[in-house]
Design a protein. Structure first.
Length: 114
């Protein structure tokens, strides 16, 4: 199993980003996927998750209405569209899948600052 995140950047408050996660080594279309984030000095928290077909999504209250998780099973990729970014969204964002245990990517840094 391999998960590779990309698309993090430095962005001003109110801006947008769309990190992506490319998956390999498993049958991507059979598994739900998750995005987590970890800010400095804080525990890793679940941000959003999406079912294997993409038909069901859930979000943390802190991002609801601003973030959208999506997936492309043909491209074996999952995305996190982030709008109206706030400084408190600054964190390393990780892609995750659970297959008899948790698998994580290396993370991508998102920094929201003026």
């Amino acid at each position: 199993v391999q998960l590779v995140e990309s698309g993090g950047d430095l962005v001003q408050p109110g801006g947008s980003l769309r990190p992506s996660c490319a998956a390999s080594g498993f049958t991507f279309s059979s598994y739900g996927m998750r995005w987590y984030r970890q800010a400095p000095g804080k525990e890793r928290e679940l941000v959003a998750r999406i079912s294997s077909t993409g038909g069901t999504t859930t979000y943390a209250d802190s991002v609801k209405g601003r973030f959208t998780i999506s997936r492309d099973n043909a491209k074996k990729s999952v995305y996190l569209r982030m709008n109206s970014l706030k400084p408190e969204d600054t964190a390393v964002y990780y892609c995750n899948v659970f297959i008899r245990g948790d698998y994580w990517g290396q993370g991508t840094q998102v920094t929201v600052s003026s």
